[in-house]
Write a protein of this length. Structure first.
Length: 310
């Protein structure tokens, strides 16, 4: 039997720098298990994406494996969607929410390599991917894809602020960004359009669209989202005073926030989101922890669009 040809894309910066060593271990484990490995690395996510695209175009690869966190899965999904190349994940990030949802080993490259070669032999599993179409004129207009959660409320505002800081690293950065944003934060006026329904206006603190249930290392913001139901779960936390928000929000760890009457849950295949600007600014959405674009945008769920080795 010919060895499986696997392109392994490594994000050395993932997991606060642990990604490099975990990438080495994943390459070694896959090679030991008999795979023929092509290791890919870039100077940035965009550079790595270009290298992956070139490899998928010009080499005959049986699978693309990403080593990193949700941001690397995000990059991998965009690379393989619309192809028949399956995606393997060696979870080496900080949160690793998508890998956890798929039941994959976390920070254990040996176990991850074993699972992904087994799944490559048996065909893996299809999951939905969500296409994001921003309406802003800036950018290259290329569609973006996500597999986990798109944040477009308080969580996105916090992410945008944290993104502008180099330090501190890890979770502390998000906690500080949250503390900085909270005093000035208030509900925003969203226009939400679900499938063919009429647009609804909602004053909300948080709007999250989940293909998967969680972000941030186990915050189950869209607790009942399923990656293979062809739908996105839309969770809105309606306008409440900040102290009430602070009581509701931590319940995302258990997912019980959705039982609060001020939290609304919908399911749809196509969701358009817009928001009224505050001080001249709209909200920049984040998906799988990655910066996407300013609202308005439309998210379209593509059922079974990606095969994952899980
Ligand atoms: N050389 C590089 N190759 C790939 N991505 C890189 C590189 N340098 C920086 N990055 C950035 O790393 C981020 C993705 O990190 P990733 O999600 O893999 O790990 P993490 O943030 O530690 O984990 P998680 O998202 O699960 O919390 C992207 O925003 C990307 O721009």
């Amino acid at each position: 039997m010919n060895a499986s040809r696997i392109a392994v894309a490594v994000n050395p910066t993932s997991g606060q720098g642990r990604g490099a060593a975990l990438g080495d271990a994943a390459v070694a484990a896959l090679s030991t298990l008999g795979a023929s490995v092509q290791r890919l690395e870039g100077t940035s996510a965009a550079d790595l994406a270009a290298r992956i695209a070139a490899s998928l175009d010009h080499e005959d690869v049986d699978a693309l494996v990403v080593v990193g966190g949700d941001g690397m899965v995000h990059l991998g999904v965009a690379a393989v969607v619309g192809t028949d190349v399956p995606l393997g994940i060696v979870a080496a990030g900080t949160g690793n929410d998508i890998a956890r949802t798929l039941g994959l080993p976390v920070r254990d490259p040996q176990a991850a390599a074993t699972v992904l070669l087994e799944k490559l032999a048996t065909g893996g599993r299809r999951i939905d991917a969500v296409e994001v179409r921003p309406e802003e004129t800036a950018g290259d207009g290329a569609p973006r894809w996500f597999a986990g959660v798109l944040a477009a409320g308080f969580d996105a505002v916090v992410n945008e602020r944290a993104n502008g800081w180099n330090r501190p690293r890890g979770r502390a950065k998000y906690v500080l960004a949250m503390l900085a944003e909270l005093p000035r934060f208030s509900a925003r006026t969203y226009t939400v359009t679900l499938d063919d329904e009429a647009a609804a206006v909602e004053k909300a603190m948080l709007v999250a669209l989940g293909n998967g249930p969680s972000y941030g290392g186990g915050m189950r913001v869209c607790p009942d989202a399923s990656m293979d139901d062809g739908l996105t779960e839309v969770v809105l936390v309606r306008e409440v005073p900040v102290p009430t928000f602070l009581r509701i929000f931590p319940r995302v760890y258990s997912g019980s926030h959705v039982r609060d009457p001020r939290v609304v849950v919908h399911r749809a295949r196509r969701v358009r989101l817009d928001v009224e600007p505050v001080r001249g600014r709209k909200i920049v959405a984040y998906a799988d922890g990655e910066r996407i674009a300013e609202l308005p945008l439309t998210c379209i769920t593509h059922p079974g669009a990606v095969t994952v080795l899980a």
